[in-house]
Design a protein around this ligand. Structure first.
Ligand code: PLP
Length: 359
């Protein structure tokens, strides 16, 4: 028998979540963001499952796009950080990768490139996040140069990215939308603003092109209950099993650094999952873990390959019992909060050691 630790990937849930995203923009398009190995879920499996419904995919870099092409994915792939060299631009044109154009250097490189066929370009505007993109007052000049270039495809999407859309009471998103809409007025170009939180919660950010990522994997990007976010279905279930059960007496400690000590006669179950499997090392004692459908608290430090939980209050726990670290009943967001991080990080960090099993 193999080690029981696995990430089950629910393909129907993934497709449901894409359809939910699409239902919010019935007349417009959603590009599925599958960067960082589809937020840890497995980019090829995710893209194959979404290819019948998604018109295009989004990744961070050309290596991620190549992985999709090599696996037989034929839909366009947007490179969210654009080109890093003129070679990337040539390759993008040949492979139907779309380039996000974010600065003057990328424009110069594009205008002087010799391409096998025209390339699709999205123009990224910095509307207030101040991370990537051209200044709003330069949009007209960039856009006209791209329009005049005969190896740039005619339709140029003008895009921006939101910094605070996961904070539902922040006024920052409205300010970004205004800055963006003011600078594109009169261009008659298709627009793209929304990520998951924009799409779910900020109707004015829904445009001709939308770029949902995190929501596709079944987690809402904000902590509060939300009419659309609550309909998402968790895609990854991280499962394992109990591999040892022992009694510890009052005063005995458990795990590295002896950081947890029994204050009552306790039963401790050891589970075959640790930070080497993407379970966050920062998760403190008390973090919930599900054994046989019941929540039990983590106790002691997370090791590389194992964790320990207190099952004293359970009727019977035995070697081989099923364990869920996160999934529909205990979300990655909730575990991440215990560990002082966000669900994005713990999903994306899921290492290759954990087999992804599509269900
Ligand atoms: C430019 C861009 N668009 C869309 C996304 C998807 O964001 P989310 O996963 O919050 O939906 C990202 C992710 O960071 C991004 O960088």
């Amino acid at each position: 028998m193999s080690r029981p630790t696995k990430a089950l990937i629910d393909i129907q849930a993934l497709q449901h979540n894409f359809q939910l995203a699409q239902s919010l923009v019935p007349d417009d398009q959603c590009l599925a963001i599958v960067k960082a190995n589809a937020y840890g879920h497995g980019a090829v499996a995710v893209a194959k499952a979404l290819e019948p419904m998604a018109p295009a995919f989004g990744v961070a870099c050309i290596e991620e796009a190549d992985e999709l092409r090599e696996a037989g994915i034929s839909k366009p792939v947007l490179l969210l950080e654009g080109s890093f060299s003129q070679q990337d631009i040539v390759r993008a044109a040949g492979q139907n990768y779309w380039l996000m154009l974010t600065n003057q250097q990328q424009l110069d490189s594009l205008l002087t490139a010799s391409l096998p066929k025209p390339v699709t370009v999205w123009l990224k505007v910095d509307s207030g996040m101040h991370r990537l993109g051209i200044r709003p007052e330069t949009v007209g000049a960039f856009y006209q140069q791209l329009k005049a270039c005969n190896h740039v495809c005619d339709e140029i999407v003008v895009a921006t990215h939101l910094a605070c859309a996961d904070e539902l009471s922040s006024s920052f998103t409205d300010a970004q939308v205004k800055t963006f809409k003011d600078c594109v007025a009169g261009l008659n170009a298709p627009l793209s603003i929304s990520n998951s939180s924009g799409l779910l919660a900020w109707p004015e950010t829904r445009q001709q092109w939308n770029r949902p990522g995190y929501m596709l994997y079944g987690n809402a990007p904000f902590p509060e209950a939300h009419q659309h976010g609550d309909k998402l279905r968790h895609v990854m279930t991280l499962t394992s099993a109990v591999i040892a059960v022992r009694d510890v007496a009052v005063g005995e400690s458990v795990g590295y650094a002896a950081s947890w000590t029994a204050t009552r006669p306790s039963t401790i179950a050891t589970i075959a999952v640790g930070y080497g499997d993407g379970y966050p090392r920062q998760a403190p004692s008390g973090t919930p873990v599900i054994i046989n459908g019941q929540r039990v608290p983590l106790v002691g430090r997370v090791s590389m390959d194992m964790i320990t939980v207190d099952v004293t209050d359970q009727d019977s726990v035995a070697v081989g019992d099923d364990v869920v670290l996160w999934g529909q009943e205990l979300t990655a967001n909730e575990v991440a909060e215990w560990a002082g991080t966000i669900g994005y990080e713990i999903l994306t960090r899921m290492p290759l050691r954990v087999p992804r099993v599509c269900t």
